[in-house]
Structure formats: C-alpha cells, structure tokens
Ligand binder design. Structure first.
Ligand code: GLN
Length: 353
C-alpha cells in the first residue's frame, strides 16, 4: 500500500482538552426548513448535531496523515460539524472556525469547473468515471488501463483534471480555481502556505503520476505545472462552515444557497454526485455508500463533505484518519446525523404510504 500513516491508536495520548459543544442555528426559522420534510426541523437538526458531537468528541481512533509532514502537526482535537439546508440555513456544533487544508475534497470542485468549461463528456473521455478499487495515489491503477477507467477523484485523475482547466498562464488558471472554490464557500478562501510548502517539497509521487498521465496522452502541457497547481488547490484552508456551504451548493443543484450564485448547471450535478458516490471515499466508497447512500468526498486534512440532494449539505472536520485515509469522527458523525434526518436518497416509502 502506497498510502501510509500511523495506524496506532491515540487512545492514551491524553488529549482531554476538547472544545465544549456549542450548538446553534444561524436562523430564526421555527418550523420545517428547506423542502417540506418533517424530519428537517430546526429542533431536530440541532439535536442530532449535538448528539453526534457529544457521542464522538472523545473518540480517539485513527491518526493524522503524516506522509505530508505538515499534516502531522495539525491539532488532532479539532472537531466541528456544519449542516446547511438548501434554503441556506446554517446549523453547527463544535469547532467551526479552525481551518484545515481542503486536500482531496478540492477534487470535486475542480471536476465541476472542468465540466462547466468543457462539457459533461470531457472527463469521462479523458480519465473515466470508474472506481479504481485502489488507494488514492495508486500507480498500479494507472498502469491497468493506461490512465483511463479512472476518475477525477483519485490523484491521477485529479491532477489530469486540474491540467484541463483553461488559462493562458499559471496565475490565470490558479486564480480561476481559487475564485471558484471561494464562490462555493461564499467567502474568499486562501492557501495555507505551510501545508503547500510541505506537500510541494514531498510530492514526488504525484509528480511521477502526472508524468505517467502525460506519457499516456491524458495531460497536455506541463505535467509539473499541473502537479503544482493541484498541490496548491489541496492546500486551500477551509473551516467546517466553508465545507458545509460547499456541500450545500452541491445539494442545491449547483447554486450557492446563501449568495444565490449558480456555479454548476443543474443538469450537470447528477453526474458529479454520481462520481462522488462511486469514488468519494476512495477504496472505502462502497462501504460508505452502503451505510449512508450519500455522495461524499473526504480529504486527508480531516474534512468530509456529504450531499443529500435537494435537502442539505453536511460537513465535518476531524484530522485523525482511518487506514483508507478518511476521517474517523467525520464519517461516524455524518452517517448518524444523516440517518436520523432522513438524508439517504435511496430511502423511500411504498407508494401511497
Ligand atoms: N494532496 C493530497 C495528495 O495528493 C491529497 C490526498 C487526499 O486528500 N486523499 O496526496
């Protein structure tokens, strides 16, 4: 396995100082919120957020990613959850201010940008939309099908996707990507320079991946520029509220529910969500979908976003990861909350009941 991090439990690390749960809704709604849905009331949402936060805040499983040295230094205690309904109401619990690097969650938004610029067929044609069943930075997965039958959410597909963003210069491409992410979050995002520097100094594997994708004809132009812009996009700083808003924009057919800005064409959203469902949690995507039914995306910074289409976006941040590279607490919290609020899109009732 190429992806490595500490597998030992942090059970005895003595990390007792947890932020106390602060649960709030930035809205004055009293009845049902968003679509007519009896479970999605302000009271229910706040109660479920708090319940999951209290249940998992003491959980010490997993470990920060350490293959990017700066990630190992991030406070493992950060834990925050934010749910945003498609009518723009924000519910939160725990630490919603601490920023972590967005990491692989960024791949969804670069995928959306390329889809908007080049059309819905461009990415299936150039990288594919199939799960690889391999770790996210697998070279074996590239070799299997000469860089095809992959998807924009694993490193090879993602670096290639970044290389497809149009622009005459590095800066033009970069500013476009950062501006697009910021529109999803509804505020101006910036790069966490220490994370960027740390990953840029240690991303030889991603450079090799980019060269292979170039050799197989999927990347046009300079593979090292694509890798560097990709590294920068992974280093964008986000807090739980930013991620919640980004997820809610995806849940709201591609329009930011607070600013009203359309970022993805509604007709392109099902395909983007389908790729998230297939490959969002890497080689554990199947297990996640089985459990939650939610299109989602994780990042090694500790964030996870998940989308209940037409209902809400939800995000959680907690840096310690499991063996597949997904945040332990974020997975558990989002799964519980979504189940309690009827977020699973596959959950229906027989006709007439
Ligand atoms: N920047 C990280 C990398 O390329 C992103 C990986 C991740 O979040 N899974 O390895």
């Amino acid at each position: 396995m190429q992806y490595t991090h500490k597998f030992f439990s942090l059970m005895f690390a003595g990390m007792l100082a947890m932020a106390s749960a602060s649960c709030s809704a930035e809205s004055d709604a009293t009845a049902a919120t968003g679509p007519v849905d009896s479970k999605l009331t302000e009271k229910n949402i706040n109660a479920e957020l708090k319940k999951a936060y209290d249940k998992y805040k003491g959980l010490k499983e997993g470990a920060n990613a350490d293959y990017i040295p700066a990630l190992d230094k991030v406070d493992s205690n950060i834990f925050g959850i934010v749910l945003v309904t498609v009518d723009g109401k924000v519910y939160s619990v725990g630490d919603i201010d601490s920023q972590v690097s967005i990491q692989s969650i960024s791949k969804v938004f670069t995928m959306a940008k390329v889809t908007e610029e080049k059309g819905i067929d461009a990415l299936p044609k150039n990288v594919g939309v199939d799960a690889t069943g391999q770790v996210f930075n697998s070279i074996y997965a590239i070799e299997q099908n000469q860089g095809h039958e992959m998807n924009p959410l694993v490193n090879a597909g993602a670096i290639t996707t970044t290389s497809m963003v149009s622009g005459k210069s590095y800066n033009e491409i970069w500013n476009k990507i950062l501006g697009y992410y910021s529109d999803f979050a509804g505020r101006e995002l910036t790069v966490l320079e220490d994370i960027y520097k740390s990953e840029a100094a240690t991303n030889q594997r991603n450079q090799a991946i980019a060269h292979l994708m170039y050799a197989y004809g999927h990347i046009e132009g300079d593979p090292l520029q694509a890798t560097d812009i990709y590294t920068r996009q992974c280093s964008v700083g986000v807090n739980a509220k930013d991620l919640g808003m980004m997820a809610a924009t995806l849940a709201n057919a591609g329009t930011n529910p607070v600013t009203g800005k359309q970022l993805v064409k509604p007709e392109d959203m099902p395909e983007i969500l389908a790729v998230m469902a297939t490959a969002g949690l890497y080689d554990d995507a199947g297990k996640w979908l089985y459990k939650t039914g939610l299109p989602a995306k994780s990042g090694v910074g500790g964030g996870i976003i998940a989308v209940s289409p037409g209902k809400f976006g939800i995000a959680a941040i907690s840096p310690p990861l499991d063996a597949a590279g997904n945040s332990v607490r974020a997975q558990k919290a989002i799964a519980d909350i979504s189940a309690a609020l009827g977020g699973n899109p596959y959950e229906t009732q027989p006709y007439g009941k």
